[in-house]
Design a protein around this ligand. Structure first.
Ligand SMILES: Cc1ncc(COP(=O)(O)O)c(C=O)c1O
Length: 445
């Protein structure tokens, strides 16, 4: 493997650890998620490529934690942003842009009557929960136990291993059910009569599509028990379709929560839903009013302009189709390479083509952080950066081809580890660790 120099990245990473807890402003971006001393600190991106502080260029996957579907520095979106910069960004009254963005959003999401914008996805998911609690007068939230993340706020973080600082009283209000298992939802309603305010889930994930009748069954159960159905469209929005998973599967939730790809990297999120609920946060209600998504930066012009640029790109082109075609080509190539290397039981590209992940199992076919780290180490050494194969519409055939060359080279090394039953002598540093763990790793970061 050609040696790749990470010396400037490593110097910057050390400094980041001194100034920023965890050495990154998002845990999923942390150096502990990458092989030791091989965590590039980035300076620039263009299309599907990124460049680091040492001048290395990588084909990137993951795309800003799935926030970028059109590619880095996508010019038509930047043009929309540039066009508003000279007019001021934040005022004491709403702008016309706020209306334009609301109209554009609601034209994409057929089941929603109203929308309110925020900055992070968690703004929207937490607002959805508050609205559901206010609308139903109930305190419990039922979340899908098989899905990894819904919010940075206490109601969700209380349910992960890294939950220091969150009172037991808050944790007890979050209960869970299983994906594609209506009985587990029935069971929750039976065990907690008149207490479940909402059923909260991603309608689909990269790995799990709804079985026939599951989403319809949830809709029915929620209606029957007076709970709200809430879809988290953070990942599915603009990746499954511009109208999210609800447009693909044809089941309308009461509320839905959006973020990530809405701004192609610019920070914008949205809570959308049925008028009867959304108006509880408005001025046209006789009910007790809900404090709904009201932030200083919520309606600033830059992100709304970026969102309108994204909507235009989805109207005029077919980014989802492009992602699906490139993702299919990539998955087929990875899986063929794995078969050729004799490791197809260990390494596979799986999931929806626009949102691929890869498996990295050990010789006993158990998921392995050490084997994962070895794969990441080899891929980085061959010019590919990614904790997944989540693609963008900017990934060209050439990007995919370069990735497949890296995969073939990496799997030759992976095969040696499988044959040896261990990464010893092949993995150069410590293995990666889950981002949301309760203890810091007892080793140098
Ligand atoms: C499915 C899902 N919901 C909600 C969130 C929270 O979004 P944010 O990090 O923008 O607050 C995430 C973040 O990764 C997510 O993946």
């Amino acid at each position: 493997m050609a040696p790749v120099n990470f010396s400037e990245s490593n110097r910057l990473q050390t400094r980041l650890h001194e100034l920023v807890p965890g050495g990154a402003h998002t845990y999923a971006r942390g150096a502990d998620q990458y092989p030791e001393d091989m965590a590039p600190v980035l300076v620039r991106g263009q299309g599907a490529r990124v460049w680091d502080a040492d001048g290395n260029c990588f084909v990137e996957y993951g795309m800003g934690l799935r926030a970028v579907t059109l590619g880095h520095a996508y010019q038509p979106v930047l043009d929309e942003v540039r066009a508003v910069l000279d007019n001021g960004l934040s005022f004491s009254r709403p702008t016309r842009l706020e209306l334009d963005a609301a109209e554009a959003f609601l034209s994409l999401v057929p089941g929603a009557d109203m929308v309110k914008f925020g900055k992070n996805g968690s703004d929207a998911t937490t607002a959805a929960l508050r609205l559901a609690r206010a609308a139903t007068g109930r305190d419990l939230v039922a979340i899908c136990a098989d899905q990894p993340f819904f919010s940075t706020d206490d109601w969700f973080i209380g349910s992960v291993p890294m939950n220091a600082g969150i009172p037991a009283a808050t944790r007890e209000l979050t209960v869970s059910f299983r994906y594609n298992d209506l009985d587990s939802v029935r069971d929750l309603f039976a065990r907690h009569p008149d207490r479940v305010s909402c059923v909260f889930l991603e309608a689909a994930t990269a790995l799990a599509e709804p079985e026939p009748g599951f989403l319809e069954g949830l809709r029915q159960l929620c209606d029957q028990h007076g709970a709200l159905l809430i879809f988290d469209e953070m990942i599915t929005g603009f990746r499954w379709s511009a109208g999210g998973a609800q447009a693909v599967y044809g089941v309308s939730p009461d509320l839905s929560c959006w973020g990530k790809a809405m701004g192609n990297g610019f920070p914008i999120s949205a809570l959308a839903g049925r008028r009867e609920y959304m108006e509880l946060g408005g001025l046209r209600t006789d009910a007790e009013r809900v404090f709904l998504l009201s932030t200083t930066h919520g309606p600033e012009s830059v992100s709304l302009a970026a969102f309108l640029g994204v909507v235009r790109a989805y109207r005029e082109g077919d980014p989802v189709g492009r992602m699906e075609r490139a993702g299919t080509r990539l998955a087929d190539g990875v899986n063929a390479a794995a078969a050729e290397a004799g490791v197809s039981e260990q390494v596979a590209a799986l999931g929806r083509p626009s949102c691929l992940i890869f498996t990295t199992k050990d010789a006993d076919l158990k998921p392995s952080q050490a084997f994962r780290t070895l794969f990441l180490q080899e891929m980085l050494g061959h010019g590919v950066l990614g904790q997944s194969f989540v693609i963008s519409a900017a990934h060209t055939d050439e990007d995919v081809e370069l990735t497949l060359e890296a995969v073939r080279a990496s799997l030759a090394v992976y095969r040696k580890a499988v044959d040896a039953g261990s990464v010893d002598g092949l993995l150069r540093g410590r293995p990666v660790a889950p981002a949301l763990r309760s203890q810091a790793a007892p080793r140098r970061l």
